[in-house]
Design a protein around this ligand. Sequence first.
Ligand SMILES: *[C@@H]1O[C@H](CO)[C@@H](O)[C@H](O)[C@H]1NC(C)=O
Ligand SMILES: *[C@@H]1O[C@H](CO)[C@@H](O)[C@H](O)[C@H]1NC(C)=O
Ligand SMILES: *[C@@H]1O[C@H](CO)[C@@H](O)[C@H](O)[C@H]1NC(C)=O
Ligand SMILES: *[C@@H]1O[C@H](CO)[C@@H](O)[C@H](O)[C@H]1NC(C)=O
Length: 392
Amino acid sequence: MLARTLLLLCWGTCLGVRFTKLGVPGSISKGDSVLLECGYDLEGDELYSVKWYKDNVEFYRFMPSYKPSAQMYSLSGVFLDLENSNATHALLYTSNLETEGTYGCEVSTDVLSSIRTIKAGKELRIHVIPDESPHIYGVQSNYRMGDFVNMSCLFGPSKPSARITWYINEEEAVDSYTISQMERGESVMISESFLQFALEPALLRQGALFVRCQAILKLVHDFRSLELIVGEGTSGAQFQRILHVSPGQEGPSITGVMPKYFVGDVVEVNCSSPRSQKLPELQWQLNNESVRPEFVTTYPVLHYPDGLLSSKKGLRFRVQPDQLRGDEMKLKCTATFYDTVLRTSAETSLFTNNYRTSSFHTSLSDRSGADIPPSSMQWLVLVLVLCSLARR
Ligand SMILES: *[C@@H]1O[C@H](CO)[C@@H](O)[C@H](O)[C@H]1NC(C)=O
Ligand SMILES: *[C@@H]1O[C@H](CO)[C@@H](O)[C@H](O)[C@H]1NC(C)=O
Ligand SMILES: *[C@@H]1O[C@H](CO)[C@@H](O)[C@H](O)[C@H]1NC(C)=O
Ligand SMILES: *[C@@H]1O[C@H](CO)[C@@H](O)[C@H](O)[C@H]1NC(C)=O
């Protein structure tokens, strides 16, 4: 079976050593230690070596027939604890921003004096989540009706950047009120959003107006992808299929693909995400680059009877000469699963009607026959309150 293979150096019937697990977390917090696991079943073969790579550069090697059997090679961002690493695990005792990258494990076995090798890799992201909640700046000590409100909400530095949402009296602020921007640091980001609007009675609830902002961070939990290589270079009629998932996990699937395409042909394929409880985001890539949005169609989410979900994205384009690199073309679909972290600012009061009178409430609740909408009524009451204050 070609399906369940990892980034692999043997196709077709792949007897002998096989992976049982590739334990590389999707993301960790900067400073965390990380235990990398390379699980394999030798299937009776003899282990020759286990090697770990970060972005294709080796940093750890375990060879049982050598003394010492474990060796490390220093690499920036890789803090290997050699004492606690062995034939199946590599422990990084801490991490920094440079620890981010693709971690690959390569297992070789010695079979009748010939070496058989399997290799698998997964991406690890480093995130930075500040302890502080987002902060609101630019609040005046008091506001009057008609005033222009211009405040900002700042969050960070964080990695990845955050999406900021404003709430006015617990309702999400309309888009026309907000402007978001990002200030890039080297690899951490400050996220900022402005909330701008004219203070009008319609915005008040019970004569008050409260705002708060919320920062949402999306942290990668898992990547799963399927890559197809189509064209001349692939042997036989089958395209090459490279699945990047942990053993035992379901990956995305691609349908509608032909073994070969020529310039001018239309490629029309679908990618379905693996069935899961939470929907991942699907992304199409052509020759390592994101495809143009006009080539992509998003289909409705599929609900299975067991409660699991799957999403589908179609890709359709006409093959251009530069896309057939060396007569080969690489189609890749990645499903990214996210965890979200929410941080909310303190609630800020812009306007409180401290002079609420009972008539205010009565006029709101007693709307019999009145055509005046409640917001205008609040306005009237406020004007009255202000007038009576001014007269004092
Ligand atoms: C290898 O190291 C890991 C983590 O340090 C440990 O859990 C595991 O038991 C070790 N395996 C062997 C065979 O010593
Ligand atoms: C809002 O305030 C920021 C400073 O906090 C200022 O740079 C910006 O020009 C203001 N925008 C408007 C429309 O007044
Ligand atoms: C892709 O999926 C859509 C929706 O299910 C279907 O109509 C279309 O025929 C599919 N195309 C291919 C190439 O499989
Ligand atoms: C895609 O990227 C990989 C590694 O990042 C590289 O080896 C390969 O040559 C690239 N392929 C194309 C078609 O650019």
